[in-house]
Ligand binder design. Structure first.
Ligand code: ADP
Ligand code: ZN
Length: 699
């Protein structure tokens, strides 16, 4: 079975190896056990039910809350030659009948079904289908404790009861401990095997900027995107108006930006989304309505213009950056006004306590002075043993001290009150307040009463935030928000668990100017990548699918650096399945060969001018290229055995210096180490000439 799963991974999806846990999950699902999968966005959840679906006899039903997401996944599967379909309110009656008969005749392996259609379908036509697996995607939507509760998901329980022999797999990217328990209960999973992948997305850098005035903020943002003119990014705004204003401002400065929110007509929204996916628009200024169900892999940065409502949402939103695993940047701006606005929103609705508390956890994160990634991960009950080194706090660390005593005082206050108190009560006990609540509950008599008198209320808040953030405590939303001591907390209280806390401080704000859009110079691989993107765009338009359905950016990047020109090398690239090779392989090979040819020609063109006796400066002028580039051509020609005199460009002493540096550095691939080693005294072109002479001798 596993062997077959691996073959499907390569042949149908184009991947060589399973990622962390995918293999075990697939094995569990195939053994007909119920399964709960927690994996971050971009982690690779889909394959965990898609491969079992292909290995099962009957139909796999996938419950998914979003129409766009269903469409996307079905298109991606079909592009790989897998029979899949979706069934939701976007279909006409004729289309519905067609899919029904395809499903019943066994022509469909995977059926994506909206929760709205679930019960009506099972009561009618779907009851005749042989269902062998059910996957519940975005499973946190079933829980009121989650951040995205959808009442339609309540129907799942009935569905589960009807299909009591069929294995269910529930998958989500966001679930705290409370929500996790609730998912199992609400769907009625039977002794599920739970898989929790690391939520750590190391490639995302984290940064928070607090209380930056509006004008300054937009300048900083322009500056930031001005340095990344060809990259895709998302700016999340709190309101529709905010999103429109931001897009307007950026457009005014020449940036390729658009706004997206629920206030736009559906066809306009679809267009904006499509342009972003196809790289026609680089920057989207959006409310949180944007991004659900977008699998664009090359989003290089995400900026939050305002404080998000909760950590789950924030993590999901920044998670839309860097799905291809390449380094990506996230920046969060917030000020206290955001907090007030959000609080007012939260107070209006049902479950307002939960929402307000989640908002405060978000604020705690924003105000944190310890490694931000640790905080995020601890929110998802994951303990990161080391600081991450890729967040603003790690890069610019505050002053730490051994916080064991502080932590033990707080922990012991909780422990001695049987973990039935919240943060404020804990601080009041520690500070020995003569508070009525304390007297009523008799807390003035416990041993920890007043042992933290020497620390101010504000500083205790600062420490409590860190204790929560570092995973010493957890908040139980379903038990009046009381603090619970975690495993790690217990080790700090009773054993040798260590903890570092920071001295409370205020952070300075960065000052920068604004910037207009301008083009940047590309390396040859980047150039080829752009060429391949164009090829992909052409195919996507012809086939009327989003570009990433053809190939992900990560696949094109690998193509651009490996430059495969035959079938074997092409199939070795991640993301190229057999069927995709058959469909597109030749087209991309042709593009690569053409590119290689044009690169050869540029060196040849320099050669021709050199042979006519032009100087380097004259060649630069004629060809409109930089001196560096011309020298690289001349060096290549010399290295390939052409009659080009490069010796004239370097003195003997300079050559000796390069040789000496090479003894230390031992590498021909990069010039920068030589430049640094020689104290910036030798220009790059001389280093290149020196190394070429040396390499030629060694050849
Ligand atoms: P999720 O649903 O968890 O957000 P997806 O299932 O959409 O994530 O997968 C994210 C990306 O990772 C997709 O582009 C997918 O094709 C890719 N992927 C999944 N599994 C693998 C694998 N084993 N090797 C390489 N890429 C993979
Ligand atoms: Zn960090």
């Amino acid at each position: 079975m596993l062997q077959q799963a691996r073959e499907i991974l390569k042949d149908s999806f184009g991947y060589h190896t399973f990622r962390d846990q995918q293999e075990e999950i697939i094995q569990t699902v195939l053994s007909s056990q119920d399964t709960l999968v927690l994996m971050p966005t971009g982690g690779g959840k889909s394959i965990c039910f898609q491969i079992p679906a292909l290995l099962s006899n009957g139909l796999t039903v996938v419950i998914s809350p979003l129409i766009s997401l269903m469409k996307d996944q079905v298109e991606a599967l079909r592009a790989n030659g897998i029979n899949a379909a979706f069934y939701n309110s976007s279909l006409s009656e004729i289309e519905e009948r067609e899919i029904e008969s395809d499903v019943l005749s066994g022509g469909i392996k995977l059926l994506y079904l909206s929760p709205e259609k679930l019960i009506s379908s099972t009561n009618s036509w779907l009851s005749n289908a042989k269902i062998s697996l059910v996957a519940v995607d975005e499973a946190h939507c079933v829980s009121m404790w989650g951040h995205d509760f959808r009442p339609e998901y309540a129907q799942l329980k009935e569905f589960r009861e009807r299909l009591s022999d069929v294995p269910f797999v529930a998958l989500t990217a966001t679930a705290d401990k409370t929500t996790r328990k609730d998912i199992i209960k609400q769907i009625g999973l039977k002794q599920p095997k739970v898989f929790i992948s690391s939520f750590n997305r190391e490639n995302l850098s984290l940064e928070v900027r607090a209380n930056v005035p509006k004008k300054q903020k937009i300048k900083e943002i322009r500056n930031f995107i001005g340095d990344r003119i060809n990259e895709s990014g998302i700016i999340y705004c709190l309101s529709r108006k905010g999103a429109d204003e931001m897009a307007q401002d950026l457009k005014g400065y020449g940036y390729n930006a658009a706004s997206y929110h629920a206030g736009l007509a559906a066809n306009k929204r679809a267009k904006v989304q499509e342009n972003f996916i196809n790289d026609k628009t680089n920057i989207i200024c959006a409310t949180i309505a944007f991004g659900m169900g977008i699998d664009k892999s090359n989003v290089r940065w995400v900026i939050h213009n305002n404080l998000p409502k909760n950590i789950e949402g924030y993590y999901q939103e920044i998670g839309r950056a860097g799905r291809d695993g390449l380094p990506s940047i996230t920046i969060l701006y917030y000020n206290l006004r955001d907090l007030m606005v959000l609080k007012r929103f939260a107070e209006g609705g049902a479950k307002s306590e939960v929402y307000i508390d989640k908002l405060y956890r978000m604020l705690n994160y924003a105000e944190a002075t310890s490694c931000r990634r640790k905080i995020l991960l601890s929110y998802f009950s994951e303990h990161l043993p080391e600081n991450c080194g890729n967040c603003d706090v790690c890069k610019n660390p505050p002053t730490f001290f051994d916080g064991k005593i502080i932590a033990q005082k707080a922990l012991s206050a909780c422990h001695r009150t049987k973990q039935k108190i919240g943060t404020n009560m804990m601080i009041n006990i520690l500070r020995g307040s003569a508070n009525q609540d304390i007297y009523q509950r008799g807390f003035q008599n416990i041993k920890t009463y007043g042992i933290g008198k020497d620390v101010s209320f504000k500083d205790w808040q600062h420490y409590s935030t860190q204790l929560l953030n570092q995973g010493v405590f957890e908040i139980a939303y379903d038990e009046s928000f009381t603090l619970k001591i975690t495993e790690y907390g217990r080790s700090v209280l009773f054993e040798d668990g260590a903890i570092q806390l920071t001295i409370p401080t205020d952070k300075p704000i960065k000052q920068k100017g604004g910037k207009k859009a301008s083009k940047k110079k590309l390396s040859p691989d980047e150039e080829l990548f752009e060429v391949l993107r164009e090829v992909r765009r052409g195919i996507a338009v012809k086939e009327k699918v989003p570009a990433y359905i053809i190939f992900h950016d990560a696949t094109l990047k690998e193509m651009a650096s490996e430059k495969p020109t035959n079938q074997l090398d092409m199939l070795a690239v991640q993301g190229i399945s057999v069927i995709k090779y058959d469909k597109y392989g030749k087209t991309f090979i042709n593009a690569i060969e053409e590119f290689n040819q044009s690169k050869l020609n540029t060196v040849e063109a320099t050669h021709e001018l050199y042979k006519k006796g032009l100087t380097v400066d004259e060649i630069c002028f004629t060809r409109e290229l930089k001196q560096e580039t011309i020298f690289s051509h001349l060096c290549k020609l010399y290295f390939d055995g052409e009659e080009v005199d490069i010796q004239q460009f370097i003195t003997q002493a300079e050559q000796a210096a390069v040789i000496k540096a090479h003894k230390k550095i031992q590498d021909f691939t990069s010039l920068k180490p030589y430049f640094d080693f020689l104290d910036s005294k030798l220009p790059y072109y001389k280093i290149r000439v020196g190394l070429t002479l040396l390499a030629k001798k060694a050849k």
